[in-house]
Design a protein around this ligand. Structure first.
Ligand SMILES: [Zn+2]
Length: 199
């Protein structure tokens, strides 16, 4: 299919590529080769062939695959093992190995992004989503950002998360929360449950 200039109708078009950087989730960048068409008769330029949307979509799909691997490696570097993650979230054994290879569904990818943003949710899940523990873990995560020296001075932190006992010791105020009655203690009733098919 020939390409023509949308301004003057000329088919005297030169195609060139321009490297463009797109910032995606978690501040990561991807570089794409954007196609630029230039009309040699009137000098108008742009994406006459409408190719760039496809190029961007393809790059984002590739980036998503790469992102799963990046997130899982980061979690593992922070002491969160695959088996811990799978057990806590009630995922079938070897799910994360599949995800790491890019074999991941939209819901799996969404879960990964949640865990990457709030890794202490795993410790909350370990505590059967006890609401008091959840509130303390949230404060612990905030202290980690605001007062990293406190976290550094404590040897009882796990994955950079301050345990409730540390928060009590340092006297941080807790919001008042109702204690939840946890009747079902099986971890398959985690933050997300998947029904039918693979997560
Ligand atoms: Zn033209």
């Amino acid at each position: 299919m020939s390409i023509s200039c949308p301004v003057c109708g000329s088919e005297n078009i030169k195609k060139s590529e321009k490297k463009t950087t797109i910032t995606i989730e978690f501040g990561r960048d991807i570089t794409i080769d954007e196609v630029i068409c230039t009309c040699l008769d009137c000098n108008f330029d742009g994406d006459f062939a409408k190719e760039n949307d496809k190029i961007i979509e393809h790059a984002l799909t590739e980036a998503k695959r790469d992102m799963s691997k990046f997130i899982l490696e980061e979690l593992s570097n922070n002491g969160i093992s695959n088996t811990h993650f799978e057990r806590t979230m009630g995922l079938p054994f070897r799910t994360l190995a599949r995800w790491k290879k890019g074999n991941i569904s939209a819901s799996g990818y969404a879960l990964l992004k949640i865990i990457k943003t709030y890794p202490w949710i795993l410790s909350v899940a370990d505590e059967k989503f006890n609401s008091t523990y959840a509130a303390k873990a949230l404060i612990g995560a905030a202290i980690n950002i605001e007062h990293p020296q406190i976290v550094k001075s404590e040897t009882t932190t796990t994955n950079g998360i301050l345990g409730p006992e540390v928060i009590n010791k340092w006297g941080f105020e807790l919001p008042i929360v109702e204690e939840e009655k946890m009747e079902d203690t099986s971890y398959s009733h985690g933050i997300l449950s998947f029904q039918g098919g693979q997560p």
